[in-house]
Design a protein around this ligand. Structure first.
Ligand SMILES: CC(C)CC(=O)Nc1cccc(-c2cccc(CN)c2)c1
Length: 232
């Protein structure tokens, strides 16, 4: 998160840190007791390694009473996700067991109505991603407030030049933005998860490359289907 601030400890109890070999790789968030939503691109460069999911954390390094690392029973990438585009950049992670919910671990509701967030709406992103262009990594959870940018404007040059589909949304990226390591985290508007952070143009804090998010409401069928199929 560039240009943001430290979250109040455990004020975003739905946040997940996706970890490989004990290192934070991507964000994610709890959408059900046994399911975390994140970004498919986070599984690239895994070289067959496995994820673990950290819940209940504020600091990545310090011992905290409610921090707990969960093994992943299943990782389901959206079938349309690929390395060349930001399309369908969603990942569902089934935890090895149901998360123990508490004041520090809670489910974040997501938008189920497939209606665009009005441009100008102020939303929030959070994560443990880079806090500087030089790649400084925070120890504690960061957050930033960003206004939604209309798809019509986001699709113009010099912005994303017609690569933003109806299943994506944009936020202004001037100075304040998401960055590497924030992928998979939520974009929260009026207390509801509306988007999932994608790497997009893989640049941060440049107003010419607004932040790109996958619109969760466009994938409700897929999300419900994957979770239901695992219950059979
Ligand atoms: C960890 C892998 C998926 C590779 C990766 O993510 N690279 C990478 C490099 C530079 C910026 C970003 C990035 C992420 C989230 C948001 C943004 C832009 N708002 C950029 C992402």
């Amino acid at each position: 998160i560039l240009g943001g601030s430290t979250t109040g400890a455990h004020q975003r109890p739905y946040m997940a840190s996706l970890q490989v070999d004990g290192h934070h790789v991507c964000g994610g968030f709890l959408i059900a007791e046994q399911w975390v939503l994140s970004a498919a691109h986070c599984m690239e460069d895994m070289k067959g390694k496995t994820f673990q999911v950290l819940l209940g954390a504020h600091s990545l390094s310090q011992p905290e009473p409610h921090k707990r690392l969960y093994a992943v029973r299943a990782a389901v990438r959206h079938p349309g996700s690929n390395t060349e585009t930001n399309d369908d950049d969603l990942l569902l992670l089934q935890l090895e067991e149901k998360a123990t919910l508490s004041e520090h671990v809670k489910i974040l509701p997501f938008q189920r109505q497939d209606v665009d967030v009005p441009p100008g709406t102020m939303c929030e992103a959070a994560g443990w991603g880079f806090t500087s262009h030089s790649g400084r990594k925070p120890d504690v959870l960061q957050q930033v407030e960003r206004p939604v940018k209309s798809r019509e404007e986001c699709n113009r040059r010099p912005y994303h030049d017609n690569t933003i589909t109806d299943k994506m949304l944009c936020t202004d990226s001037r100075k304040k933005d998401t960055c590497k390591g924030d992928s998979g985290g939520p974009l929260i508007c009026n207390g509801v998860a509306e988007g999932v952070v994608t790497a997009g143009a893989r640049v941060c804090g440049n107003y010419k490359k607004p932040g790109i998010y996958t619109r969760i409401a466009a994938y409700v069928g897929w999300i419900d289907g994957v979770m239901a199929a695992a219950e059979e």
